[in-house]
Design a binder for this molecule. Structure first.
Ligand SMILES: NC(=O)c1ccc[n+]([C@@H]2O[C@H](COP(=O)([O-])OP(=O)(O)OC[C@H]3O[C@@H](n4cnc5c(N)ncnc54)[C@H](O)[C@@H]3O)[C@@H](O)[C@H]2O)c1
Length: 336
């Protein structure tokens, strides 16, 4: 049984509380949240999270991480704070001897990622950056198919993650401040940056075009990732669609095409070369949040590092996202 404390009980913190409640090998013993309003109900965000009732029953509540220290037996802290606070509280928790699950994006600057990695190494604790798409069933299926070669050589990939503006946040919120959220590139598109990196490795260069608002915040990005293998790969991230949310991909192989659309049911389909019929592909139940926690709990119980997402790999994804921002601003191909 791994004992968790959740730091920041907003959309993701409450969602993680619900996810952990379903896992018999996890127990949330404490929640740390500065805003008491947030301990009532949390319903905002792109991806619906359910089962939020009675999550706080028997859970000890604190207003700060410092207030909790010395009072609880905790193995792992879930840092679901606004992005600009990830480094500070991840490092504090690692120094205090806790393992850490830190929400994506790891941080907005490489020096912050480095400080987090250094603290994990120095204090011999595990740091798991919650890039949930690496664990999302339809994306895991794609990774498995690419790795096995069962549909032939990969030819091209197109990833999309698009939504209406994060209207729930309001102009005063940390989301709207590019210094705090990193804008669409770091808040939304980073899921695909990280997945492309996980799937195909580090690109040799990127070329991005994007749209920035008057505060310098990125609102839309379209990136071409260049690989020595010659495989074609593009990803779109946007916060300026008129309505709704969608994550999707099209993957073309020598012998088939695999397509995913989060708004369709069934969501994953396969078209074999020359075939007229489209096959639907079953995926295991559960979402990426459930699978990422199940995986990390297994790692903690086995005293092994989370090889599927080592902090160094999450850091490299931030390096790629930063190259995309430079490419957008300088209007040129950025080498990596
Ligand atoms: N993996 C995903 O699919 C996904 C989805 C949404 C957000 N996120 C990430 O999760 C993180 C949190 O996003 P969110 O949407 O939950 O934000 P949010 O604003 O809904 O929640 C953050 C919470 O932290 C609290 N808080 C702020 N500072 C604190 C402090 N020092 N101590 C204790 N509590 C504090 C706030 O009061 C708030 O309740 C961000 O990094 C975001 O990018 C990930």
């Amino acid at each position: 049984m791994i004992r968790f404390a959740v730091l920041g009980y907003g959309f993701m913190g409450a969602g993680h509380g619900a996810t952990l409640k379903k896992n018999p090998r996890a127990k949330v013993v404490a929640v740390i949240e500065t805003n008491p309003e947030k301990l009532r109900s949390v319903t905002e965000g792109n991806i619906e999270r359910s089962g939020a009732d009675n999550l706080l029953e028997g859970v000890h509540l604190y207003k700060s991480l410092a207030e909790m220290q010395g009072k609880e037996q905790v193995d792992c802290l879930v840092v679901s704070l606004p992005t600009y606070q990830h480094r500070e509280f991840t490092v504090q928790a690692l120094q205090a001897g806790l393992h850490v699950v830190c929400e994506k994006p790891m941080a907005l600057a490489l020096r912050d990622c480095d400080a987090m990695i250094e603290a994990a190494e120095k204090h011999s604790r595990q740091l798991f950056v919650a890039q949930c798409i690496r664990f999302w069933p339809e994306y895991e299926a794609l990774k498995r198919i690419v790795d096995s070669g069962e549909l032939g050589k990969p030819i091209s990939f197109l990833f999309r993650r698009v939504s209406a503006p994060p209207f729930w946040a309001g102009p005063q919120s940390w989301f709207a401040d590019p210094q705090k959220s990193g804008g669409c590139v770091f808040d939304l598109h980073v899921h695909d940056v990280d997945f492309v990196h996980h799937l195909l490795g580090r690109p040799n260069s990127v070329f991005s075009q994007g749209i920035f608002n008057s505060r310098g915040g990125n609102e839309a990005v379209m990136t071409q990732y260049n690989f020595d293998s010659g495989v074609i790969c593009c990803a779109e991230g946007s916060w300026i669609y008129p309505a709704g949310f969608k994550m999707a991909y099209t993957a073309v192989f020598e012998n088939a095409k695999l397509e995913y659309d989060s708004n369709l049911s069934p969501s994953l389909s396969l078209t074999r070369k020359g075939a007229t019929a489209v096959e639907t592909m079953p995926v295991p139940p559960g979402d990426g949040y459930e699978h990422e926690f199940a995986y990390f709990i297994e790692c903690l119980e086995a005293h092994t590092a989370p090889e599927k997402i080592l902090p160094q790999s999450a850091r490299q994804s931030i390096e790629i996202a930063l190259a995309e921002v430079r490419s957008m601003k300088e209007k040129r191909v950025e080498r990596l």
